[in-house]
Ligand binder design. Structure first.
Ligand code: IPD
Ligand code: CA
Ligand code: CA
Length: 269
């Protein structure tokens, strides 16, 4: 992205500070609920929401609105809050990995992305269990707790550790990703399903996974993580290999070296 397509540096610094503050605050709320309990509701048979999701989201929205009252906000539990027309749009998942959280399985995070003129310029993902903070700015590289991160150098699919996820309509939809999962299980070194798409993307960025794919994600799942992958030197596309958009549901993210092999497997009938 060209420098003139970005807000001024001082504005970018302030936005990053705010996003990190909001993510850490939401993470502290999740930790508090993990220790002291929470109520669980069913959105449908397998899709849960807890009061931790809602409280964390409220805290993030309050922090952002305090400093940036005119910015648009798209947040999972409340949908789109239209401000006055704004060049900025925050895209928020207050708790990515709700099923894990509800079961006490410590693999979940807070994800905050920021669009400027329709492009993602900032991604912040915070894992409150491990206190891992992933941050990327467009053109500025990707960082884990302040240290630069890079995707892996694994050259081939058969040596790759992949990760994926399944949508909440897995019981009803024939497009349930089980066919792709079965194929990759036979072709890759291993395939994992962690239950947090935003963390999966960050782990690709840090070289812990070599590739990730999923079919039915939402903008709040990928807004931060997709930018973090590209800023860590990785590649992000749709299943056809075309440019990725957070508003299209499918994603393939990798270290770049195994990307074509992944796309080939995903194209197999
Ligand atoms: C889910 C997680 C999961 C992915 C699902 C998402 P949520 O988000 O990211 O890994 O497989 O598709 O919906 O509901 O825990 O925020
Ligand atoms: Ca999510
Ligand atoms: Ca969520």
């Amino acid at each position: 992205m060209l420098a003139e397509q970005l807000p001024p540096l001082s504005t970018r610094e302030a936005l990053k500070t705010k996003a990190i503050e909001a993510a850490r605050l939401a993470g502290a709320i999740l930790n508090e609920h993990a220790r002291h309990g929470f109520r669980v509701e069913h959105k449908d048979a397998v899709n849960l929401v807890t009061d931790a999701d809602r409280r964390a989201e409220q805290a993030i929205v309050d922090v952002i609105k305090h400093d940036y009252p005119t910015h648009q906000i798209l947040a999972e539990e409340r949908g789109l809050l239209e401000g006055t027309p704004s060049l900025y749009k925050w895209v928020i998942d207050p708790l990515d990995g709700t099923t894990n959280f509800a079961h006490g399985y410590p693999a979940y995070c807070v994800s905050i992305g920021l669009e400027y003129q329709g492009r993602c310029i900032l991604g912040v993902v915070f894992d409150p269990t491990r206190q891992e903070l992933f941050v990327a700015e467009a053109g500025g590289g990707a960082f884990l707790n302040g240290t630069p991160i890079h995707v892996s150098h694994t050259p081939k699919l058969d040596a790759a550790l992949l990760v994926t996820g399944f949508a909440y309509d897995i019981r009803e939809s024939p497009q349930n990703n089980l066919d792709h999962f079965a194929r990759f299980a036979l072709r890759a070194q291993g395939v994992r399903r962690t239950g947090s798409a935003a963390l999966d993307l960050c782990y690709v960025s840090a070289g812990r996974f070599d590739g990730f794919w999923e079919l039915k994600l939402h903008p709040w799942d990928t807004a931060a993580g997709a930018l973090i992958v590209t800023e860590a030197g990785g590649q992000v596309t749709d299943l056809a290999g075309d440019p990725f958009s957070i508003y299209r549901k499918e994603i393939v993210a990798s270290n770049g070296l195994i990307h074509d092999e992944m796309l080939e497997v995903l194209r197999e009938p």
